[in-house]
Write a protein that binds this ligand. Sequence first.
Ligand code: ATP
Ligand code: MG
Length: 391
Amino acid sequence: MEKIILIRYGEIHLKGKNRPYFEKSLLKAIKASASRFGGEVSTEQGRYYVKGIPETSYSAALESLSKIFGIHSISPAYETDKDLESIYGLAGDVFEKKLEEMNRNEVSFKVISKRSDKKFSMNSMELSVEVGGVILDRFPSVHVDVHKPEVNLYVEIRDHAIVYTDIIPGSGGMPYGTSGKAMLLLSGGIDSPVAGYMMAKRGVALEAIHYHSFPYTSDRAKEKVIRLGELLAEYVGPIKIHMIHFTDIQMAIYDKCPEEQLTVLMRVFMMKIAERVAKENKCKALITGESLGQVASQTLDALNVTNSVVDLPVFRPLIGFDKLEIIDIAEKINTFETSILPYEDCCTVFVPKHPVTHPRLDKILKSLNLLDVDALIEDALSKSDYVIAGE
Ligand code: ATP
Ligand code: MG
């Protein structure tokens, strides 16, 4: 008997002619994860098996695999030969482990058999009945409930016999990178990592850009952003984060433009720089964590202004989400704790007292004319660098 991991994939079934491409991308991600734990991947119609993972790494491997986009569900499973004696023995052992895990001995159960090897000596109905009998003999205080069982015992007859009790939901979505690459504007806040996660889940490969106001923002603030990148990397692999020196731009705006426009003008520069770096790095869109009405810079008027200074599409997957809904996802993907660490952000360093909430594009463009936008951007880029998070 061997302990394996059974992986089922979902939506990519639907993708017609693109299917081989999606399968290849998914397989690549699964192999990368499995090999970190010493596992080997094999494929069979609509599913993958990961084998050879040492017991000590097994649960870490399971967790890592469950983060891969495009996976529908995962089962910790056991494999054995297709003779009845081995199958009955394994079914009993797997059932026993489940009872131990539940710390119970009186449970209701049901056996669900599937036979894809039609030469096997029993059909699935007969096999379920036989295995059920074996379980009842070995564990006298359990009983069968075919409608609402507490334990489902799955027995599959394929190349080998496979037995398991649990089906863990996967991350869903599309294999990473199958929808092209986009540039995520990654602050140290709660929203932008969630926005990146959501686009990555739809198959978008991520590159990130962060604006810092060194020396007004500290190294710890930068470390926090890298940490957020590392947490996202657990889903998508290493992420390149461009670290943009934003201080001089903020100073220039502060010196030359109306104070109430400071935030909108900063956002205009962020978008322009993000677009430039995106294009240099083959990204086809920008992603932000904006949510309509959340703050002064996220009104329709403000969003229209920041949209109109770039020509790449800007994706805002959180636009219709409440803060609490965003926090739910941040907790689920484990970025929340890091996001709420209280380090200053470039936008909190320079905050106008009365920000315009309904900026007019003509007025903003007029203010931009007071600045040498291109020179400021060149200069900021020349003082910037990048890190790879999650390598
Ligand atoms: P978040 O929680 O993601 O920081 P927020 O609610 O604080 O968002 P804003 O500060 O208005 O909202 O920022 C809106 C979006 O602009 C962010 O979600 C992010 O995509 C981008 N952004 C803001 N500040 C930065 C920064 N310092 N570096 C990179 N992107 C930023
Ligand atoms: Mg923020």
